[in-house]
Design a protein around this ligand. Structure first.
Ligand SMILES: [Fe+2]
Length: 334
């Protein structure tokens, strides 16, 4: 079996299988798709992760744990140190979407990019840019690891690539409650979140996929007896109108900044000149806002356009290992 775009598209189709996915599940509730990503089993493990993290970014490398509920961070310079910290109960994350558009990105990221591109086309209506749209991480985690109870601001499709990991997820997103808590004066993003409603427990095995909506509270822990879990979190950032306008402004700034000469700056002591300069500033800002107003229609009506790096995988670009020890009976059967 060769890994090709049809196989990756099949993974996406199985992750979104329910016909009413976008009515009942998207942004509302988690969805577990056992075996949906069986085509990815055997493609990536802890050794691959340690090689790729060394290639993808200079150390020291972060390991996250939650020994007392809140997250704790440590940093490691070598692969051996990183592996030891993970085996002691940590999680090593690698934000591959920060580096995978670069020409020298590890080859093993190629199918991950193509899978993300296929998934993005299936679920999102506009693409802003890598920083505002992509949130894709590999996680290498030890058996005693946990990250604490938390929520993310991306819609995340996690695929278990090797090992096992136990998830506890809130059965539904409680968005109003979560956003109200974020507005509280004593809110701390590092504090553990709480489950305020019913939860569900899921053990992810290699080839399983789990969709967790943005703002859905969850906790993830290792499974005793299964060292070296590796999973990929294909996160599609949630966005609001502020993100869209900020992106449009960024485009204007990066492409046509020189078309906007400096405004006159006259101190209050200059009387009428000061008032005229302020009135001119207001007129120019309003003109820019009108321009952005038109651009919003343009960006929405232009449809979804992804960077070439997220396009379909080249024919035969990656070939999975033969089915072996990492392939558990349930996924090997189908
Ligand atoms: Fe998370």
């Amino acid at each position: 079996m060769r890994l090709d775009q049809d196989l990756l598209d099949g993974v996406v189709a199985r992750m979104l299988a329910p016909p009413d996915f976008f009515d009942r599940i998207w942004a509302r509730a988690p969805f577990h798709a056992p075996g949906a990503a069986r085509a990815c089993v055997g493609l990536y493990d802890g050794d691959d992760f340690l090689e790729d993290i060394a290639r993808a970014r200079p150390g020291p490398h972060l390991v996250v744990g939650a020994p007392e509920g809140a997250r704790a961070y440590s940093y490691h310079d070598t692969a051996a140190g990183l592996r030891a910290a993970v085996e002691a109960g940590g999680v090593a994350p690698l934000r591959i979407s920060d580096v995978w558009h670069q020409p020298d990105a590890p080859e093993r990221f190629a199918w991950m990019r193509a899978l993300f591109g296929s998934l993005f086309c299936a679920v999102s209506m506009i693409y802003l840019n890598p920083e505002r749209s992509e949130n894709v991480d590999l996680f290498y985690a030890g058996p005693g690891s946990h990250l604490g109870v938390h929520y993310d601001t991306s819609h995340t499709f996690t695929i278990q690539l090797s090992g096992r990991r136990k998830w506890v997820v809130a059965e539904t997103v409680r968005l109003d409650e979560t956003l109200a808590a974020e507005r509280a004066p004593d809110f701390s993003p590092d504090a553990a979140a709480i489950f305020s409603g019913p939860t569900r427990e899921i053990v992810l095995m290699p080839g399983d996929a789990l969709y967790v909506p943005a703002y859905c509270v969850h906790g993830v822990t290792g499974v005793p007896g299964f060292p070296g879990s590796v999973s990929i979190g294909l996160g599609i950032r949630a966005f609001n109108e502020i993100d869209v306008v900020a992106r449009l402004l960024e485009i204007v700034e990066n492409t046509r900044y020189a078309a906007y000469p400096p405004v006159a700056t006259c101190p209050a002591g200059l009387g009428a000149a000061h008032r005229d300069a302020k009135a001119a500033l207001v007129r120019r800002v309003r003109a820019l806002l009108r321009e952005l107003d038109l651009a919003v229609t343009g960006i929405v009506e232009a449809g979804l356009h992804l960077p070439d790096t997220l396009g379909p995988i080249a024919e035969g670009a990656a070939e999975p290992e033969p089915a072996g020890a990492l392939r558990h009976p349930e996924t090997a059967a189908s």
